[in-house]
Design a protein around this ligand. Structure first.
Ligand SMILES: [Zn+2]
Length: 162
């Protein structure tokens, strides 16, 4: 069966989803939508995603280089919906001719954070593409690079912080 909350496939005989913990037993009837919404809110309400952005420019000696890098929040988890790519305003410009890129991504809530590095082969993704986020089963997300017509997806990371 499929978990009604996170969409992950789960064993029939479990009392709760092994990914998100949502109860699988019992018929919740008309209350299901409200319970789902409350549960999702408990899991995700303070979770957000940040991406490390790099700033390039000329230093004091007139050399072109990386001036600084910092994590910038790009999305709140509750705003993400299943099966749609949530496109950000962030333009994604890989430097030079490098076609394999690494995205440094941070999942954070009020108490803690978890960093991951996601690599992607840009292949035929057009230049000047944007960054997008796609919510998948099990409250995992993939980052999309490209545009609405053509994009590639990175590996997935979990939005759930335990
Ligand atoms: Zn679940």
């Amino acid at each position: 069966m499929e978990c009604k909350c996170c969409g992950e496939s789960v064993e029939n005989d479990l009392a709760k989803c092994s990914v998100c913990g949502f109860p699988l037993l019992g018929d919740l009837g008309d209350k299901l939508p409200q319970i789902l919404s409350d549960y999702r809110n408990t899991l995700l309400h303070d979770v957000s995603l940040a991406v490390k952005l790099y700033y390039y420019g000329y230093d004091e000696d007139g050399e072109m280089g990386e001036l600084k890098s910092e994590y910038v929040k790009v999305a709140d988890a509750p705003a993400l919906t299943h099966d749609n790519i949530f496109w950000l305003d962030t333009v994604f410009e890989p430097s030079g001719i490098k076609r394999t890129v690494t995205l440094d991504v941070r999942v954070q809530n009020d108490k803690t954070s978890r960093d991951s590095a996601l690599s992607a082969d840009l292949g035929k993704v057009p230049e000047g593409g944007r960054l997008g986020i796609c919510l998948c089963k099990g409250y995992r997300v993939r980052f999309a690079l490209g545009n609405k017509k053509q994009s590639i997806l990175t590996d997935s990371i979990s939005l759930l912080i335990k």
